[in-house]
Write a protein that binds this ligand. Structure first.
Ligand code: SF4
Length: 81
């Protein structure tokens, strides 16, 4: 396998790691690092339900996959952890 082929084979893995790091530090806006994810605290003052997932702005409904990946205009960067 040539060096170029090896590089092209590893490129998606490098991209996934980069994206994962950006999500964790909040540089990639998405549902998973949005303060509304799994939370109701901002809407009704109640505690975050144990193990809750989904969008707190939509009564914890699960957004479509493309929204989960890139977030929406209500994305809130205040990390809950
Ligand atoms: S749909 Fe929007 S507001 Fe809801 S969790 Fe995702 S980014 Fe946040």
């Amino acid at each position: 396998m040539s060096q170029r082929e090896e590089f092209e084979k590893k490129l998606p893995i490098v991209g996934q790691r980069l994206q994962s790091s950006m999500v964790q530090v909040g540089n990639w806006p998405c549902c998973l690092n949005c303060d509304y994810w799994g939370a109701r605290a901002k809407l009704d003052g109640k505690h975050r339900p144990e193990g809750a997932v989904g969008c707190g702005r939509a009564n914890l409904a699960i957004p479509p996959p493309d929204v989960i990946v890139v977030g929406c205009e209500d994305w809130d960067p205040e990390l809950p952890f």
